[in-house]
Design a protein around this ligand. Structure first.
Ligand SMILES: Cc1ncc(C[n+]2csc(CCOP(=O)(O)OP(=O)(O)O)c2C)c(N)n1
Length: 328
């Protein structure tokens, strides 16, 4: 069994601030969406990832354009960090023609091949064999691009997960499997769906390394991902990184999450990835009061602009429902 080479990936102050901006933007995007759902403005089902942003930023920051991501339903932030304009993403959620799928899906299944985003699948875990296929393509084309594939701990109990990891292990594919272990698969707590503590342990069955880390620590996620990416680019095969985290809202915005206690939620909120990183940056004098104000203002302007754009964007025209279709 190969061991993960520990390499320190250092970040310049500007990069740390950029990561901080992404954390704040992704949080603000989801928080605004949650309000817009209640105002009846969003056509799609909404599955926010509030509380889980450190995973998206730690894994997505510094990915190359040619690297692919295979997100799950909770990962709207992946689209933003991979380069989709917030305006376009908001229009997508409003079901407008300016959105990625021009208002023709429930908003969660669109991909953007030019940005290396494969749309998520409805069936849990079904994005993982797709990720394996993409990884095989990269290997056959002798590129050093990597696939980053996201899934929940719930999805790690379905067959697709095991088939994909097995194939990736046998073929030494350039894939980083990211488990967002947020403790619940809809209402099912992790201890009722798994007889082991760590999803990371499952990688050993398929011949590669798995590691369980604090998914609320953006720098820990970044370090682990960079190590896994470097190994994958060198042709050393896949890695599974399990990021322990918690989702603050229900499974979707229509789920009141009565199956968990207020104390549990409060405990996890005390581990909010954003204040933790804020304190870290302030202690190192990377984040000053002035640039904190500037970043917060930029986030608010960006989100307001996205909502204005999506609100005033035209609805899709009925006659366009049958364009962009093809048959074989
Ligand atoms: C094969 C399959 N079974 C059940 C569902 C219904 N379903 C959608 S999301 C979900 C829970 C997913 O939990 P997890 O994989 O842990 O991801 P999370 O939503 O917690 O991020 C379930 C059961 C589905 N979409 N596909």
């Amino acid at each position: 069994m190969p061991t993960i080479k520990r390499t320190k990936f250092t970040l310049a102050p500007e990069q740390l601030l950029e990561m901080f901006y992404w954390l704040k933007l992704i949080r603000a995007f989801d928080e605004r969406l949650s309000i817009l759902v209640r105002q009846g403005k969003v056509k799609s089902g909404v599955y926010t990832g509030i509380g889980q942003e450190a995973i998206i930023v730690g894994t997505g920051y510094a990915l190359r354009k040619a690297d692919y991501v295979c997100p799950l339903h909770r990962d709207l932030g992946t689209f933003l960090i991979k380069g989709v304009e917030p305006r376009v993403m908001m229009a997508q959620m409003f079901g407008k023609s300016a959105g990625l799928s021009k208002g023709r899906d429930s908003a969660l299944h669109s991909g953007v091949s030019e940005l290396g985003i494969f749309g998520s699948t409805s069936m849990l875990g079904a994005n993982l064999p797709v990720a394996a296929g993409l990884g095989l393509t990269f290997k056959m084309e002798h590129t050093d691009s990597v696939v980053v594939a996201y899934f929940g701990e719930g999805a790690s109990n379905v067959g697709d997960f095991h088939e994909a990891l097995n194939f990736a292990g046998v073929q030494h594919l350039p894939i980083v499997f990211i488990c967002e272990n947020n403790q619940y698969a809809f209402s099912v707590p992790v201890e009722k769906s798994m007889a082991i503590d760590d999803v990371a342990d499952r990688a050993a069955s398929y011949g590669f390394d798995g590691v369980a880390i604090n998914g609320n620590d953006v720098l820990a996620v970044y370090q682990s991902t960079q190590g896994a990416l470097a190994r994958a680019r060198r042709g050393e095969g896949p890695t599974l990184i399990e990021c322990k985290t918690y989702r603050w809202h229900g499974h979707s915005e229509h789920d009141k999450a009565f199956y968990r206690s207020d104390e549990e939620l409060a405990m996890w909120k005390s581990r909010d990835p954003i204040p933790t990183f804020t304190t870290y940056l302030q202690a190192r004098k990377v984040l000053t009061d002035d640039n904190l104000k500037e970043i917060e203002a930029r986030v608010t302007t960006t989100i307001d602009d996205a909502v204005d754009f999506a609100t005033s964007a035209p609805d899709p025209r009925p006659e366009d429902a049958i364009t962009d279709l093809y048959s074989s």
